[in-house]
Design a protein around this ligand. Structure first.
Ligand code: SAH
Ligand code: SF4
Ligand code: F3S
Length: 450
C-alpha cells in the first residue's frame, strides 16, 4: 500500500516473524540480533508459528540429534507451507552453514538458508525472495556486530560476542567448520557495546566466544582476555562480568589474578575437559593431557579459591574403553566440579574423527556411561552445595520460580541458582541471601536485605 502524502510503500499489517533457536549461547544471541534486524525493518515477533509470515530456525550442528530435531520441525511445516505458500521458511546458524543445499534436498519447502557469516543481511534476503524461488547465503562475510542494545530478551543481563570461530580443530568437532577461523573483535568496539548496554540498565554481561580465552591472539597487538576484562571492569554500573567457553590450554595466572582482583568478575569457569584418558585426549587433538588439566585447575583454585568449576565430557568417543572411561570418572571425582555437561559422542561428517575413526562404542554403552558420569556429578554437586549452608551470598535476581510463583530465583557470583521467598518483584536487583537448604542443582536461601 502507498502512503498518500509521502509516496512511501507502507504495509497495513506488519509482517510477523517466528524465531526458534537451538544450540549454544552464541547461536541464541545471533538469533536475537536477527530478530532485532527484522524489527528495524518493520517486522514484529510472534510466538505462534502458525501466525507467522516468516518462520526462522536458528539451528545447531554440534550433534546429529540437534540437526535431526530441526529437520523434524521442518517436516511439521510441510502442511502449513502447502496451505499458505507465501510463508517464508528459513534455516540459519551453524546448521545452515553445515548442511547448505542439503537442507533444500531434505526439506524442499524451505525458502531460505543463511549461514553464520551472512545473518546480518537477513532483511535483504527475505526481500530477495520476491524475485527468487530460494535464497542461499553460506559464503564468507564480515560480521559488523552492529546492534540495537535495547533489543534484548532480558532487561538486566546481556550477552556480548567478542570473537567468532575456532582454530583448534578438535577431531570430533564441527564448530571450526561452521564458524570459520578465529576472529576477535576490537576491544574498543566491545567496550562501546558494553557501556551502551550498561547505560540501558544491564547489570550482568557474559562475553561469548567458542574459545573465548584465546581472545585477542589473532589481533597481534598484545590484547588478551585478561586485558579485555581489565578494560571492562572499569565501566561504572557494571555489576557482574563473566565469559564462556574456555579451552584448557590458555588459562594462565595473569587471567586468574585479574579475576581475583576485581569483584565485578564472576567466580565461574567453564573449562571443558572432554575425557580423563590421555589416549583419548590425544585422539581428540585436545592439545592438553590429564596432568596439565589438573595442574591448571590447581592453579585456578590457588589463586581464586571460591571459583566454581564446570566442564564438558564426551562419552563413547571412538575407541573409548571401560578403562578410559574409568579415568574420566576418577578425574571428575578428583577435581570435584560443580557442574558437568555430558554428551554422547556423535559422528559429524567432515571432521577428522568421522574420516579416520569408527564410531565403535554401542549406543546403550554410551547411554550407560552418560548416566554414570551424571550420577557421580550429582553426588558431588549435592555435597558441595550442602557444605555451603549458612553462608551469605549476593545474588542477581533473574525472575519468578517456574515451580512456585511465591518464590524467586537468582544467581550467585559462582553461577549457583538460589531460590528464595519474597513478597515483591526483585528482578534485576542484587540482594543478599542466607543459604538454608539445597539439592544437587539448587540452593534455597532466605532474603537478608533488599
Ligand atoms: N567451544 C566450546 C565447545 C563447543 S561444543 C569449547 O571448546 O569448549 C560444546 C560441547 O559439545 C563440547 O565441549 C563437547 O563436549 C560437545 N561436543 C562437541 N562435538 C561433539 C560431538 N561430535 N559429539 C558429542 N559431543 C560433542
Ligand atoms: Fe570445538 Fe575444540 Fe574448538 Fe571447542 S576448542 S569449539 S571443542 S574445536
Ligand atoms: Fe552448535 Fe554452532 Fe554453537 S554447532 S554449539 S550452534 S557454535
Amino acid at each position: 500500500m502507498m502512503d498518500a502524502e509521502s509516496g512511501i510503500e507502507v504495509s497495513a499489517t506488519p509482517k510477523r516473524v517466528y524465531m526458534e533457536d537451538f544450540g549454544c549461547q552464541m547461536n541464541k544471541n545471533d538469533a536475537e540480533l536477527v530478530v532485532g534486524r527484522l524489527r528495524m525493518d518493520g517486522f514484529v515477533r510472534t510466538p505462534i508459528v502458525e501466525e507467522a509470515d516468516v518462520i526462522l530456525y536458528y539451528a545447531c550442528s554440534v550433534r546429529e540429534h540437534a540437526e535431526e530435531r530441526v529437520f523434524g520441525r521442518l517436516g511439521q511445516l510441510k502442511r502449513l507451507k502447502k496451505d499458505r505458500p507465501e510463508t517464508v521458511i528459513g534455516v540459519m546458524g551453524c546448521m545452515a552453514q553445515n548442511q547448505k543445499e542439503r537442507i533444500f534436498e531434505r526439506a524442499p519447502h524451505v525458502d531460505l538458508v543463511v549461514g553464520t557469516q551472512r545473518f546480518e543481511d537477513i532483511a535483504a534476503f527475505v526481500k530477495d525472495l520476491d524475485h527468487h524461488a530460494r535464497v542461499i547465503a553460506v559464503d564468507q562475510g564480515e560480521v559488523s556486530y552492529r546492534r540495537d542494545v535495547s533489543e534484548r530478551p532480558d532487561q538486566h543481563q546481556a550477552f556480548v560476542t567478542v570473537m567468532r570461530g575456532c582454530d583448534k580443530f578438535c577431531t570430533f568437532c564441527i564448530v571450526p567448520f561452521t564458524q570459520g577461523r578465529e576472529r576477535s573483535r576490537a576491544p574498543e568496539d566491545i567496550e562501546r557495546e558494553v557501556r551502551a548496554l550498561v547505560d540501558d540498565g544491564v547489570q550482568q554481561v557474559t562475553l561469548l566466544g567458542q574459545r573465548v580465552n584465546t581472545y585477542g591472539l589473532d589481533l597481534n597487538c598484545g590484547e588478551s582476555l585478561a586485558s579485555l576484562l581489565q578494560r571492562l571492569e572499569k565501566i561504572p554500573g557494571l555489576r557482574r562480568l563473566q565469559f564462556i567457553t574456555s579451552h584448557p590450554t590458555h588459562i594462565d595466572e595473569t587471567l586468574m589474578r585479574v579475576i581475583r582482583d576485581h569483584e565485578v568478575h564472576a567466580r565461574y569457569l567453564h573449562l571443558p575437559v572432554q575425557s580423563g584418558s590421555d589416549r583419548i585426549l590425544r585422539a581428540m587433538n585436545r592439545g592438553h593431557d590429564v596432568d596439565s588439566y589438573r595442574r591448571t585447575m590447581d592453579m585456578v583454585r590457588r589463586i581464586v579459591p571460591d571459583m566454581s568449576l564446570a566442564t564438558d565430557w564426551i562419552v563413547g568417543f571412538p575407541g573409548e574403553t571401560e578403562a578410559d572411561f574409568d579415568q574420566s570418572v576418577r578425574l571428575l571425582r578428583d577435581v570435584e566440579f560443580q557442574t558437568s555437561f555430558v554428551f554422547k559422542y556423535s559422528t559429524r561428517s567432515g571432521t577428522r574423527a568421522a574420516r579416520a575413526l569408527e564410531d565403535d562404542v554401542p549406543e546403550v554403552e554410551k547411554a550407560r556411561r552418560n548416566h554414570v558420569l551424571l550420577a557421580e556429578q550429582e553426588t558431588i554437586s549435592a555435597r558441595r552445595h550442602a557444605a555451603r549452608m549458612g553462608e551469605l551470598h549476593e545474588i542477581l535476581v533473574e525472575g519468578i520460580s517456574k515451580r512456585d510463583d511465591s518464590r524467586w530465583f537468582g544467581r550467585t557470583a559462582q553461577n549457583w541458582i538460589v531460590v528464595f521467598r519474597a513478597d515483591r518483584d526483585l528482578s534485576g536487583q542484587f540482594v543478599k541471601v542466607k543459604l538454608v537448604d539445597s539439592t544437587a542443582l539448587t540452593l534455597f536461601g532466605e532474603l537478608v536485605e533488599a
